[in-house]
Write a protein that binds this ligand. Sequence first.
Ligand code: ADP
Ligand code: ASP
Ligand code: MG
Length: 400
Amino acid sequence: MSLIVQKFGGSSVADKDRVLNVARRVVQTYKEGNSVVVVVSAQGDTTDDLLEKAAEITSNPSKRELDMLLASGEQISISLLAMAIKTLGVNAISLLGWQAGFSTDEIHGAARIRKVKADRIKQELEKDNIVIVAGFQGINKYDDLTTLGRGGSDTSAVAIAAALRADRCQIFTDVEGVYTADPRKVKNAIKLKEITYDEMLELATLGAQVLNNRSVEMAKKYSVELEVLSSLVEAPGTIVREETTVEKMLIRGVTKDTDVARISIIGLPDTPGIAFKVFSKLAQKNINVDIILQSVGRDGTKDITFTVSRENSAQAEQAIKSLSSCKDSQVVIDENVAKVSLVGAGMETHPATASRMFEALYSADVNIQMISTSEIKISVLIEKEAADKAVKAIHNAFFD
Ligand code: ADP
Ligand code: ASP
Ligand code: MG
């Protein structure tokens, strides 16, 4: 008998038929002789709808109250799934995050899981229940509800798998696995049999929504092997693990992130310590900075350009303008940009990878604004409208 954690995303439980479908799949796993813990997200677009409801009241809702609101989405899906499983003659119980033992830090809207005290889950499994846990939520030290950030149910599933030392952690979604590009946008994208944690972490961080990046980080930390597969089609999915058994692939995937803003500070004094002052100010405000470019100083001034996520751009601008060293410079923000990235652990030993990527962009007539590289990825910043075209062109250059 194995202990299996199965997570179903919002589209997999979007309506009555999908809930019944998930119930059947879960019961099938249970009837094969396994203990099953299920993590579910809110149905379909529920989380977006709740955000809209809040926006109708105020443009600046209290983060605590927003978490109170958003956490309700998952409460609906866990209870409906438990009811559906019971109609199939199997015992099931739904648990909210706090009932399942999820404690988090205090950051509303982006809470980190501190601990999963899984005693209640274990008790319910011993009573022969299928245990259904609300993803995306926990409770902080003040006993207030917290949420983990968008896509956070993946992380809830991995945390339970780690806490219970589960034999398997399956992430069911609306595509058949992790592909070389978003299969909804790139028709000839290829399903990967396996991918390493590091490659998946890059893909997820750089825009491939199929797995939340924190869930991959946690899976790597606790050596939880993940299987990403379809809730609708019975087919082998993708395994995410430390090492893949096949030879390192040169490129594992192409992805885009449109949640980016480019900020340029023009006419900074060309003196030591300027970059330190700018980026330490941004760090103080908890603003993550990505690609950074600094021009060579000329006539006593220089420019610094970098990218942040769009939601942080206004705050970043304010922070920069508050610096005395920036008082004579101009801050320019461009949100009409996208980051397109190529990811693969094999690229470090293939120096021609970058030129092949740039050639593909040139052939597609896409202008590159900024470039950044690491051992396993190359990212370019381009105009937002060109993002899909760029992903296709790069994908064709490496996979056609
Ligand atoms: P869930 O609701 O199950 O959590 P998400 O919508 O968060 O599902 O993630 C699944 C979606 O991720 C797919 O529908 C697909 O369009 C998108 N996606 C983006 N990049 C990739 C990729 N490289 N491989 C697979 N899916 C991807
Ligand atoms: N319901 C949450 C969201 O839409 C969490 C999740 O789906 O993982 O982001
Ligand atoms: Mg998701």
